[in-house]
Design a protein around this ligand. Structure first.
Ligand code: C2O
Ligand code: CU
Ligand code: CU
Length: 475
């Protein structure tokens, strides 16, 4: 099959420079095809709404074999911004789907019922699962149908998330609301005494373009100026003067956040796929689409009645923590967390080039020169082996960011060329930023499962339009 053609301007417009975007507006099309006339963006006064905590899913059945859940995939009408109603797609009716809480070693089954008029499927991002349960792009749930996914949870405690991954439409579906948290609690980490219960809060950042009527516009990523925090624009969140664990997820389709606090300290304790060896003091955290940062913030020295603001370097304030009450604090932030698994020696090295191929007025999104073809296997990997992959961003001359996400397993970042390694590269990762013209060297072990899995840029407008490839793990 051929690649999907994109206009060069639409790609340039995905990049965060005002000039390319403005230029692109004049004559180009958005990822969904013809772009509607430019509408006035909705402006949002800050800190008018409380940040909701996504509901935790209740199991429909619990047996010796594990926990079973059911989630309905359906349209929803939500008040993302005070006073206007927005039509969205949803898992269970919210902007953030119900949080599924699994436990290491105890299997979970989730049945997703598709009540949309289009096909869907579900991928557990960061999950170490069988190929049949991975939400391969061609493995779809038709309208009216349901599918049960099996998640064995044979992995460390981690902040995972689930989202739509259906061929070509994953970008639009995920943008319109198909995303939720899946947290794995690990009994081996209980003794650390990290904040739990209502002091362990997942926070999903997404960005949307809304017109003044509240309509969700499927257009240029650069026009998505409204940042939603658990589905509310610029909310506040009342906290007690004590330690909290916040699981930050960049679930935005395409973009990078650099988050910092206006006072106090963020301690990063985990990245994509589990805890770090030790907490790291982070003046700011940079993470791109699909990445997670698990942090502890201690509000105990913040006077009651005052606030701490979390801001993005380019989009400004996103969330205000209001310290509203004194509190005892039994939670700990130990100086040692968990050592990373040993890296077995690599027996194979591969190169992965991400980029656009431009010709005159159009472009094709490719990995190693070819757009995604679900019928083609790009890499064949022997189960149980360890490999080093060098991932290149070939779009240096266009200044286009990419990132890289590997299904089925997790990796460690070994090094970079063209950009320094940062604490953002630490820990067990499944998604990593690859700035223009640079490369990332990573190492992964492909254990346990065989079959076909994808890897791709997690800027979903890129992957949906071809910047995705397929590996087959063989016995
Ligand atoms: Cu988060 Cu292949 O996806
Ligand atoms: Cu994934
Ligand atoms: Cu990309």
């Amino acid at each position: 099959m051929g690649g999907v053609l994109l206009s060069r301007g639409a790609i340039a417009a995905t990049e965060p420079t005002a000039s390319t975007a403005a230029n692109a507006h004049k004559h180009m099309h958005g990822p969904a095809g013809a772009r509607p006339g430019k509408r006035a963006p909705l402006s949002v006064a800050p800190f008018q709404t409380r940040m909701p905590v996504p509901p935790v899913a209740a199991p429909i059945r619990q047996t010796a074999a594990g926990d079973e859940y059911q989630v309905v995939v359906r349209p929803a009408r939500l008040e993302l911004v005070p006073g206007v109603i927005t039509d969205t797609l949803s898992y269970g009716g919210g902007w953030v789907g119900p949080t599924i809480r699994g436990r290491t070693g105890r299997p979970v089954k989730v049945t997703f019922r598709n009540q949309l008029t289009s096909h869907t499927n579900v991928h557990l991002h960061g999950g170490h699962v069988k190929a049949a349960d991975d939400g391969h792009p061609m493995d779809m749930i038709l309208p009216g149908a349901a599918k049960t996914y099996h998640y064995p949870n044979k992995q460390r405690g981690a902040t995972l998330w689930y989202h739509d991954h259906v061929h070509v439409d994953e970008a639009e579906h995920t943008y319109r609301g198909l995303h939720g948290f899946y947290l794995i609690d690990d009994p081996a980490e209980k003794r650390l005494g990290l904040p739990t219960g209502s002091y362990d809060v997942p926070i999903m950042l997404t960005d949307v373009e809304l017109d003044t009527a509240g309509t969700l516009i499927w257009g240029f990523p650069n026009d998505r100026t409204t940042v939603l925090v658990n589905g509310k624009a610029k909310p506040f969140f009342p906290v007690a003067a004590r330690k909290y664990r916040f699981r930050l997820l960049n679930a935005t389709n395409e973009g990078t956040y650099t988050l910092s606090l206006d006072r106090g300290q963020m301690w990063q304790i985990g990245s994509d796929a589990g805890l770090l060896p030790t907490p790291m003091a982070r003046p700011s955290i940079t993470f791109s689409s699909g990445e997670r940062a698990d942090v502890v913030i201690d509000f105990s020295r913040v006077p009651v009645g005052t606030s701490v603001v979390l801001s993005d370097a380019s989009k400004g304030p996103v969330l205000r923590f209001d310290v509203t009450r004194r509190s005892a604090d039994p939670a700990k932030l130990p100086s040692k967390l968990r050592s990373l698994p040993v890296l077995p020696p690599a027996t194979k090295e591969r190169d992965v080039h991400l980029g656009f191929e431009f010709n005159d007025e159009s472009a094709v999104a490719v990995v190693n020169g070819q757009p995604f073809d679900p019928d083609r296997v790009d890499f064949t990997i022997k189960r149980g082996t360890t490999e080093i992959w060098n991932v290149y961003n070939d779009d240096g001359e266009f200044g286009i960011n990419h990132n890289f996400h590997l299904h089925m397993t997790h990796f460690r970042v070994l090094g970079r060329t063209g950009a320094p390694m940062t604490p953002d590269d630490a820990g067990l990762k499944d998604t990593v930023l690859v700035p223009p013209g640079t490369s990332v060297r990573l190492q992964a072990t492909f254990a346990d499962y065989v079959g076909r899995y994808v890897y791709h840029c997690h800027f979903l407008e890129h992957s949906s339009f071809g910047m995705m490839a397929q590996m087959e793990v063989i016995p």
